[in-house]
Design a protein around this ligand. Structure first.
Ligand code: 9WO
Length: 260
């Protein structure tokens, strides 16, 4: 997959996509990230990319033509059609489901606004989709673009190692992750880890993790549970979790109660 990013801060985009799983995906040529600076497409001596807003008011708005020329170069740079995305708080919320669909496209382009945003006519004529990563205002679209690149890049076939891919399965069914523990088995200040994880009973461990995932989702993000039907095993496990949560007793169910 190829991702082209139009941004006044191309170094930030390149550096954020150079690390970790996504950096490795680029090295393995599973993902190609290219940047385009609208300033390089400004025709004037001062390389102007912004103008004062019609109607007055504070701040500046990104000019149509440098962005339009940058997007023309993006479209010409490879033969596949490009799905063009503008990152802004006015967009539809990015979800894992949307991320999975984007990850299947051969090409996307991410347009990063600065200042007060871009001329609306650019959005009407060049942008296919407006996406938000959450209900807060940033100082530009670059951090949001980095989020999209990370979320989409790690889904490219071969980007994750086996452990990460297996983990992905239990994640992409719409539940929150279960708690994780590592050594020491008994911490001097904070005590031990749930007994079942030391039992070697893999079926019991799998059930415990699934139950924790369901329970935490019920406690912290009940909206995620009402969106999906649970199978028989899941409903049983969640019922168990609820009972133990309502009447905590001993080691079962109430460990780490304040955190869960
Ligand atoms: C500023 C602003 C102030 C008050 C009420 C609403 C507002 N919206 C904006 C705004 O969109 N500012 C911009 C800064 C213009 C375009 C790029 N910027 C941006 C993108 N800020 N935050 C994002 C963003 C993108 C994706 N997901 C979350 C936030």
């Amino acid at each position: 997959m190829r991702i082209d990013v139009v941004s006044l801060f191309p170094d930030f985009i390149r550096q954020s996509a150079a690390v970790g799983v996504v950096g490795r995906a680029q090295q393995r040529e599973l993902l190609q990230v290219e940047t385009w600076n609208p300033r390089d497409f400004a025709p004037d001596r001062h390389r102007t990319v912004d103008g004062r807003p019609f109607g007055g008011g504070p701040g500046m708005v990104m000019l149509i033509d440098p962005l339009r020329a940058a997007l023309a170069a993006v479209r010409q740079a490879a033969p596949e059609p490009v799905h063009v995305i503008y990152l802004s708080p006015q967009g539809a919320r990015l979800t894992q489901k949307r991320t999975e669909a984007l990850a299947r496209l051969p090409r996307i382009a991410l347009v990063c606004g600065r200042y007060e945003g871009v001329d609306e006519r650019l959005l009407e004529h060049e942008v296919d989709e407006e996406l938000s990563i959450g209900d807060y205002v940033l100082s530009g679209g670059e951090l949001a673009a980095a989020v999209v690149i990370d979320a989409v890049g790690r889904l490219q076939e071969g980007a994750l190692n086996d452990a990460q891919s297996a983990q992905q399965d239990s994640f992409s069914d719409g539940l929150l992750d279960c708690p994780h523990y590592t050594r020491p088995e008994h911490h001097d200040a904070w005590g031990g880890v749930p007994e079942v994880l030391l039992s070697g009973d893999h079926a019991a461990i799998r059930r415990w993790r699934r139950k924790q995932s369901l329970g935490r989702t019920w406690l912290r993000r009940p909206d995620l549970l009402t969106q999906r039907a649970l199978d028989d095993e899941s409903r049983t496990l969640l019922d168990e979790f609820r009972r133990e949560y309502a009447r905590p007793n001993g080691a079962a169910g109430n460990d780490r109660r304040n955190k869960n």
